[in-house]
Design a protein around this ligand. Structure first.
Ligand code: PMP
Length: 427
């Protein structure tokens, strides 16, 4: 049930039907909006940075499919690329030129990527990257950070961010004890905990979101990524950056380019598929040539490198030149400043980097998952409901980032700040 000012009759009907045939009424948990105390809004259409729901409410969309849509909904170039590809056939199970072009483009942008393998989801890509890391090192244990999310891979769900943090789940039932036991979890931005874990365990990999955005946006402390690089090297572990969110967003070549810290393996998703199902993992030629059929580490996929998804990815990357990142950084700043202004004396922290913003309902800066969990989640939920009622669609969880895009105009930013100011008066 939403506030009375939000018409949601049609969404409510669809949700009632959905609850009969889809667990929780959705195909991915955070869509349910339970964390902000309301039912989901069913979408019928997206136009640029705007979303239209089943009751014809129109919103400024700050979720944009949780990251892939850096050019907004239905960008004409991307729609044209996808349409053209679909007309030539939607899947072949045989190689195409587009896959080669996309891999070349990614390798050109990402300093740590010489070769890559495409998958259909970020989950698959991170699952495959850790298989490769284990094969390459002959070790099994993984180090991950509390609040990081790397997809719903068995061994990576412990203290994960995103939907698990939103629902307050420390892990998931159904994960074999052995899978959980090979994952060591430490707090983000805590060098002592990393050092201790590296000393105690023979690690195959240190796995990190270099610009974590699944506990809300919590950037690395000064020098922390360099520290991880050194710890991995000194201890014979691979450093794996999960750039599913940060890739092609915080800079043309992701966080690795922005920070100059180079991982051994990179996990990619979201923007690389331009809103269609595509993801990838990549690294040096030496590491990637362990993957079958070049090597013996097995990984495959019926729809991997799907020609329609590849066309969407190519059209998306083609629009991401230097000027695009300058503009995205400016749009992000304006949003972050606007939210700060809207909050006035309310105790919030607006944390941001190019293409990502989180407003934490906290009196103190948020540096790790524990601090994110200590936020006033109820107030965030009420504020989000008030935003929705005013035509602004925020991520329905304190543990997610807002996704500024190149489709957000000055007018969208103004509308958002006006709504945010009014929403703060209400909570
Ligand atoms: N890694 C990160 C950093 C993510 O944010 C996500 C999804 N939000 C994933 C992996 C999993 O990707 P997918 O949902 O495509 O499986």
């Amino acid at each position: 049930m939403g506030p009375s000012s939000l018409r949601d009759t049609r969404s409510a009907e669809l949700y009632a039907r959905a609850l009969n045939v889809l667990p929780g009424g959705v195909n991915s948990p955070v869509r349910a909006m339970r964390a902000i105390g309301r039912d989901p809004l069913f979408v019928v259409r997206g136009e640029g940075a705007e979303l239209v729901d089943a009751d014809s409410n129109r919103y400024v969309d700050w979720v944009l499919s949780w990251g892939p849509l850096i050019h907004g909904h239905a960008h004409p170039d991307i729609v044209a690329g996808v349409t053209d590809a679909a007309q030539r056939g939607t899947s072949f199970g045989a190689p195409t030129a587009g896959e080669v072009e996309l891999a070349e483009e990614v390798a050109r942008r990402m300093p740590a990527v010489e070769m890559l393998r495409m998958t259909s989801s970020g989950t698959e890509a991170s699952m495959s990257a850790i298989r490769l890391a284990r094969a390459a090192t002959g070790r099994e244990k993984l180090l991950k950070f509390a609040g990081a999310y790397h997809g719903h891979v068995d061994g990576l769900l412990a203290e994960a961010g995103s939907g698990l943090a939103t629902q307050g789940l420390p892990a998931s039932p159904g994960v074999p004890a052995a899978a959980a036991a090979s994952t060591i979890v430490v707090p983000w931005n805590d060098p002592d905990a990393v050092r201790a874990a590296c000393a105690e365990h023979e690690l195959a990999a240190i796995l990190a979101e270099p610009m974590p955005a699944n506990m809300g946006l919590v950037p690395p402390a000064e020098g922390f990524l360099d520290f991880l690089r050194n710890q991995a090297t000194e201890n014979g572990a691979l450093l794996v950056f999960d750039e599913v969110i940060s890739g092609f967003r915080v800079a043309a070549g992701g966080a690795q380019e922005a920070t100059g810290v180079l991982p051994d393996l990179v996990v990619m998703g979201k923007i690389i598929g331009g809103g269609l199902p595509a993801a990838a993992y990549g690294g040096s030629r030496a590491l990637m040539e362990h993957i079958a059929p070049a090597g013996d580490v097995y990984q495959a996929g019926t729809l991997s490198g799907n020609p329609v998804a590849v066309a969407a990815g190519l059209s998306t990357l083609a629009l991401l030149d230097d000027a695009a990142y300058t503009r995205l950084a400016a749009i992000t700043e304006t949003l972050a400043d606007g939210l700060r202004q809207a909050a006035g004396d309310h105790p919030v922290q607006v944390q941001s980097t190019c293409g990502l913003v989180t407003i934490f309902f906290s009196a103190h800066p948020v540096r790790d998952l524990a601090a994110a969990q200590a936020c006033d989640l109820a107030a965030y939920g009420r504020w989000c409901q008030a935003l929705l009622a005013r035509g602004v669609y925020p991520p329905a969880s304190q543990f997610e980032a807002w996704f500024p895009s190149l489709a957000h105009t000055d007018e969208h930013l103004e509308r958002t700040v006006i709504a945010a100011t009014a929403a703060f008066e209400e909570v």
